[in-house]
Write a protein that binds this ligand. Structure first.
Ligand SMILES: [Zn+2]
Length: 253
């Protein structure tokens, strides 16, 4: 009875304590060396207005305080590696109130791409076992896996490739049903499939045509990495994502 009362009390009090803890962490800012690192490593950080930069710093500090980073296959996850991952993850929740991936516990970092066992079901229900090589995976509600080689390559090249944005977008989509909420995206997915079938050149990586989840994750990468191009080429996708993320990155300088 006493134990049950304690559990109930904890359930009631915990959100209040968490909000207070987060407010304390968010009031802090990064030190100058870390801020310089972010400016070099996450170019979108430089483009956003100052108040958003400050908000991103606060969210990043909350993320770093709450989530555990686990190095796999012998890799040591340094403070700068954590910072690069945390800041890009928090970019996706910059416009969303107090949402810092509440149920997420840990980020597993592999040195490079990793192999996971999987199953493939054909239309007759026959199951084939197959291994998949991945750069990242939103594994479940509490874990995300990333290849550090791919994190390093993210946000830098001429394309929109960003594995951190991709996997955390999967996570948010899964949690919030983002694709389902934005009904316009289903029609845009069909248009992309038609373009891919015709071998047309598309701004969006053809991998986005795979299914609803990949469409949301890939378009999220382009939304943050090439917002102006997305807005010009696919204004309906841009507007749907701007509504979901509550951000307008095309307006950033
Ligand atoms: Zn994906």
């Amino acid at each position: 009875m006493v134990a049950a009362a304690a559990v109930v009390a904890w359930i009631l009090v915990e959100p209040f304590l968490r909000a207070r803890r987060r407010a304390r962490q968010r009031a802090r800012t990064l030190d100058e060396a870390d801020r310089m690192f972010l400016r070099r490593r996450v170019p979108v950080f430089v483009r956003m207005p100052k108040p958003l930069q400050e908000r991103l710093e606060g969210l990043t500090l909350v993320f770093l305080a709450e989530k555990e980073f686990i190095g796999c296959q012998g890799i040591t996850v340094t403070p700068h590696m954590k910072l690069a991952i945390a800041a890009q993850a928090c970019l996706l929740v910059l416009g969303r109130d107090e949402h810092v991936y509440d149920a997420m516990r840990s980020i597993l970092v592999y040195p490079g791409q990793f192999v996971v066992p999987g199953e493939w079901h054909d239309e007759h229900g026959v199951v084939t076992e197959e291994e998949r090589v991945l750069a990242g995976e939103a594994w479940d509600v509490s874990r995300i896996i990333l290849s550090w080689e791919d994190v390093k390559a993210s946000g830098r090249g001429p394309d929109a490739y960003n594995v951190v944005i991709h996997e955390f977008a999967h996570y948010l989509d899964h949690e919030a049903g983002a694709f389902q909420q934005a009904s316009v995206l289903a029609g845009e997915l069909e248009s992309l499939r038609a373009a891919v079938d015709q071998d047309e050149d598309t701004l969006l990586d053809p991998y986005a045509a795979e299914d609803e989840a990949e469409f949301f994750a890939v378009t999220s990468e382009v939304f943050f990495e090439q917002p102006g191009q997305l807005q010009r080429c696919h204004p309906r996708i841009y507007d749907a994502l701007a509504g979901f993320y509550r951000l307008d990155p095309a307006a950033w300088s």
